[in-house]
Design a protein around this ligand. Structure first.
Ligand code: GLU
Ligand code: ZN
Length: 316
């Protein structure tokens, strides 16, 4: 999308406080911070706690502390999605005024029998689409879905290259507000990135398939589309994405080995002399960061020592 040439680079890291920072989240943080530093841009920290049932007490503090120990410095205060509900309400009202959304009362079981797309996602078959707009009244326990119509979203990821998604066949009408009243992450993220003036989003490739929906929402809400760069996701020996669910290990206390491991994972030029402090690491990272060296793949194995115990080895 067109943007004023004067827009200064602004990046961000947006962790969900579901557990401590692990190697997988560190990789995304390192990539986005290094890209911002190298561009002479700003960098924000936003806690994505919109999904309150998944939020773990203490996780936010632990993440902020770990980031700061690893030498990350963000501009301004930490922003929390839990404080921004009014903005999401306003965005939803905007969608409602355009007749872009409707209530969906499908049961979980009904949704589970929906067809699977090539992406592995369930495609919502549009069961409630005809009914929603006409009734005017909103059932209390209803999700709100946005109509995708025949939209095809195309964009060029700065690392993964050209992307294209036909929303109707790949995902179908998707949820922007859940039946429990919580806003969907993909609505919140779009509202927040625009409100915070984020120009460049560097994050894990697990979100690549969600990006066309986010761009679709940006268009409905008349928001600028930022640049996207999706870095490979770190996987464990069992091929699973590192996460709380796959028992990813929290980062060790000494930040330097993890920073260097994340740097190596991203195939960046190693420092000639081993940095002694996180600040020295970041001084090198600012000079040496190279988008051209990033591996243009969706996932890569994490170093064993930082992976934790894979799910398949633990009891599910
Ligand atoms: N909160 C998301 C996560 O932790 C990241 C969202 C984003 O970077 O856009 O997976
Ligand atoms: Zn429905």
């Amino acid at each position: 999308a067109a943007r004023p040439a004067t827009a200064r680079y602004r990046g961000r890291f947006a962790p969900s406080p579901t557990g401590p920072l692990h190697f997988g989240s560190l990789v995304a943080a390192v990539a986005s911070y290094a890209d911002a530093l190298a561009a002479g841009g700003g960098w924000l920290l936003r806690i994505e706690d919109v999904d309150t049932p998944r939020t773990r007490p203490g996780a936010e503090d632990a993440i902020v502390r770990a980031l700061s120990q690893h030498g990350f410095r963000w501009d301004g205060p930490v922003v929390r999605q839990a404080d921004r509900t009014a903005m999401y309400e306003a965005a939803l009202a905007h969608l409602t005024a355009q007749h872009a959304i409707y209530a969906c009362t499908c049961t979980r079981r009904a949704l589970e029998s929906a067809p699977l797309a090539a992406s592995g996602e369930r495609v919502y078959p549009g069961t409630c689409r005809a009914r929603g707009a006409a009734t005017g009244t909103r059932p209390v326990h209803a999700a709100q879905r946005v109509r995708v119509g025949d939209a095809v979203v195309e964009f060029v990821d700065l690392l993964q290259g050209p992307q294209r998604q036909a929303l109707a066949s790949d995902v179908g009408d998707f949820v922007v507000r859940r039946a429990d009243g919580l806003f969907a992450y993909r609505l919140a993220v779009v509202v927040d990135d625009a409100a915070q003036g984020v120009t460049t989003i560097v994050r894990g490739a697990d979100l690549l398939s969600s990006t066309p929906r986010q761009i679709f929402l940006q268009r409905l809400l008349a928001l600028a589309t930022p640049y996207y760069l999706h870095v490979p996701v770190a996987i464990n020996a069992a091929g699973e994405k590192l996460s709380k669910q796959t028992h990813a290990a929290p980062l060790p206390a000494d930040p330097l080995p993890s920073l260097l491991a994340a740097w190596g994972f991203l195939q960046q030029p190693p420092p000639l002399a081993a940095p002694r402090t996180a600040a020295e690491f970041w001084a090198h990272a600012t000079r040496a960061w190279s988008r051209a060296r990033l591996p243009p793949v969706a996932m890569l194995p994490a170093p064993r020592a930082l992976s934790g115990t894979p799910c398949s080895a633990a009891k599910r």
